[in-house]
Design a protein around this ligand. Structure first.
Ligand code: MG
Ligand code: MG
Length: 253
């Protein structure tokens, strides 16, 4: 069952979203060669807790950190570690969430470490663009398939592949609520979008094929062919006045 939110609940979700977005900004500013993924996680955790919020990821399903930090061909769910050191040319995906006054924000970005290849830059840009194209389809009366189709169209038009095995999701008092929000779809199909819908839209895009595999650590997901992957996620709310991107705190990021 989909939990539609009233305006007071959406207002409450704005705080969780803002804290999540601000934590990601701090993490971005810390990304540079020589920094460990553990340090990135630490910065995020410290900020979320300073805001009086709880790091949603910490302990979620047994996850041991406050952020998923995934490098290059790692798609999602990378475990922060003192042994993983960012180096020039890497791309790093940082995915985190904050719970504040009972509501959750969930957001992810892909950040270049120093100077990256033209292909990596394009991948990051296309992944971000696919989110915003999908967001244009988040309108009352549209269907979820319209959103997924818009995302996938941007990805395939640029010669990349959309990950199908992992999808976005409804969000509210729980990080993962119905419905699933796939990054692909058929126009005119799927549930009808209505005011009060709060979802996390999160395209995961591979340079090579769409195939992914989970590592023996039980978390980290990599591309099957070793190609680069990017991720971009925001928590959004659909209201009668339009769509609100709850986790966006800086335009263009
Ligand atoms: Mg996320
Ligand atoms: Mg998510």
């Amino acid at each position: 069952m989909i939990h539609l939110k009233n305006s007071a609940q959406i207002t409450a979700m704005k705080d969780a979203g803002r804290i999540t977005g601000e934590a990601l900004l701090l993490a971005r500013d810390a990304v540079r060669p020589g920094v460990t993924t553990y340090e990135i996680d630490h910065i995020i955790r410290r900020y979320i807790e300073k805001c009086g919020a709880t790091p949603t990821f910490l302990g979620y399903g047994g996850f041991p950190a406050s952020a998923c930090v995934s490098i290059n061909d790692e798609v999602i769910h990378g475990i922060p570690s003192k042994n993983r050191i960012l180096k020039e040319g890497d791309i790093v995906k940082i995915d985190t969430g904050a719970t504040y006054r009972g509501y959750v924000g969930d957001s992810a970005r892909t950040i270049p470490v120093g100077k990256v290849s033209a292909q990596a830059e394009k991948l990051i840009q296309v992944t971000r663009d696919s989110f915003w194209k999908g967001l244009e389809a988040v309108r009352i009366g549209n269907r979820l398939g319209d959103v997924g189709h818009a995302i996938d169209s941007v990805v395939t038009a640029n010669g990349f592949s959309t990950v199908k095995r992992y999808v976005g999701h409804g969000i509210g008092t729980d990080m993962h609520e119905p419905p699933d929000v796939p990054n692909y779809g058929t126009p005119g199909r799927g549930i009808r979008l209505c005011a009060g819908l709060t979802i996390a839209i999160e395209p995961m895009v591979n340079v090579g094929g769409e195939g992914v595999r989970e590592l023996p650590d039980g978390w980290t997901v990599k591309t099957s062919d070793g190609s680069l992957s990017a991720h971009y996620e925001n928590t959004v709310a659909l209201t009668s006045d339009g769509v609100i991107v709850l986790t966006e705190v800086e335009k263009g990021f």
